[in-house]
Design a binder for this molecule. Structure first.
Ligand code: PDD
Length: 277
């Protein structure tokens, strides 16, 4: 298994992080998780664009052009002979230098990327998953895909300890997104989700969900729904590169609607399947 570090491939057991890597000391970096189906990237343009947007937002200069990033990512799959379903984790940190909160002078960003097998979660996608609700205690700039994931990690752990797949996050009752996915509610044939403001991650799959809805003339309403709306929902689902379009059928121990994947969710799953082929 080969890991990419800058432009070099090293065996994963031989990768050494510098001790003063700012990604480790400050979470000073950004990342992407990119889906691979049968050895081919899905939504790669969306991910590369977001990577560069995140970098700009935190004043990291990526030491590669977009074209170079594409070619390194392609090489990563080739080097590892990936022909199956997988995910690529790509991280760019500000670099390493003696510890100081302010950016050190002449620092060069570090890039790391690796690929892991990831079978599709077909059974969960059919039957749905359960979730808990949790206060969203994250910062105001969640549109940046930053390495600072402690609130997300804790929320996901709470979900896991409750035997659930995800934590639905809310600010004063308004649902923002989930700990590592976007959240949607369906009522009377309309899909509701938090607008793509600075306080949520603008998911690559979210963009597709929006497009699929438009193609199917399903109203896609970018208005936040509230935790108390969930009890009246016809359907609830989440989306991400690793979970695709996933029905949420139980929230805080209560069944959502009839407890099954809803018709709109299933339609969006079909469209996703077609699109990702
Ligand atoms: N998570 N919201 C948050 C907070 C996320 O971390 C993610 C992705 C998403 C969905 O984004 P996308 O559709 O681009 O995958 C929404 C990735 C998969 C992760 O951290 O593992």
């Amino acid at each position: 298994e080969y890991v990419l570090t800058q432009t070099n491939f090293v065996h994963k057991d031989d990768l050494k992080y510098p001790f003063e890597e700012r990604g480790l000391q400050f979470g000073d970096g950004i990342y992407e998780v990119i889906r691979v189906y049968k050895g081919e990237y899905y939504l790669i343009d969306e991910h590369v664009e977001r990577l560069f947007r995140s970098a700009e937002a935190v004043k990291i200069t990526i030491p590669f052009t977009k074209k170079e990033v594409y070619s390194h990512l392609d090489e990563l799959l080739k080097k590892n002979n990936i022909t199956t379903d997988a995910k690529v984790y790509l991280q760019i940190t500000r670099g390493s230098a003696p510890r100081d909160h302010a950016f050190p002078q002449n620092i060069e960003a570090n890039l790391y990327a690796y690929v892991q097998d990831l079978p599709r979660k077909l059974e969960m996608m059919r039957g749905g998953v359960s979730a808990i609700t949790q206060a969203d205690v994250r910062w105001d700039w969640c549109y940046i895909k930053s390495l600072n994931l402690l609130p997300n990690v804790i929320a996901k752990q709470e979900a896991s300890e409750a035997g659930c797949f995800e934590a639905i996050l809310h600010k004063d009752g308004e649902v923002t997104e989930c700990s590592s996915s976007n959240a949607y509610l369906v009522r009377d044939g309309k899909v509701y989700t938090h607008p793509a403001k600075k306080n949520i991650l603008h998911g690559c799959v979210r963009l597709r969900v929006k497009k699929f809805c438009q193609e199917e003339s399903i109203p896609f309403i970018e208005e936040a729904f509230r935790v108390e709306d969930i009890q009246y929902a016809d359907e609830l689902f989440l989306s991400s590169s690793t979970a695709e379009v996933m029905p949420i059928t139980v929230v805080d121990g209560k069944t959502v609607s009839n407890g099954k994947a809803g018709v709109i969710t299933q339609k969006l799953q079909e469209k996703y399947e077609e699109d990702a082929k």
